[in-house]
Design a protein around this ligand. Sequence first.
Ligand SMILES: O=C(CO)COP(=O)(O)O
Length: 153
Amino acid sequence: MKDKLTIALVAHDNRKADMVDWARYNTEYLSKQHLVCTGTTGGLIKKAFEEMGVTADVQCMNSGPMGGDAEIAAMVVRHEIDLAVFLIDDLNPQPHEADIQMLLRQCRIHNVPIACNRISADLMISSTLWSDPDYHPAPQNYVHFDRTPEKEE
Ligand SMILES: O=C(CO)COP(=O)(O)O
């Protein structure tokens, strides 16, 4: 498996404090990975690492409402993202809902693990499967399911 994962980090405004706190909690691990973030989320994570005197590889895309989610979704389609953490504000509407759904959908389609809360993110980054050479993720399988009830003889 790869030495360095490319991890997407995205958080809506009301979830940014949680994202920064999560990034601080996992600084040692995250500072060894390549982080791809939407603009404002990435800026806050960079600042938090700087305040802690930690050097990290943080790449900032556009801000979410200006296409950042769409840029990251395109990276997912190109298989450039290994894992995503997306802290969504489920209590308030977002102007770029279509882009949000696109990012979530492309992660599902392309079998990219995506955590939408901190516990999922913690479990995902601590999985030993990342370094297990015998682990090969099963591909997504979209098989038609026939709902027609079987006829009784
Ligand atoms: O809106 C976002 C994700 O949908 C996040 O974007 P920012 O990190 O630029 O605020």
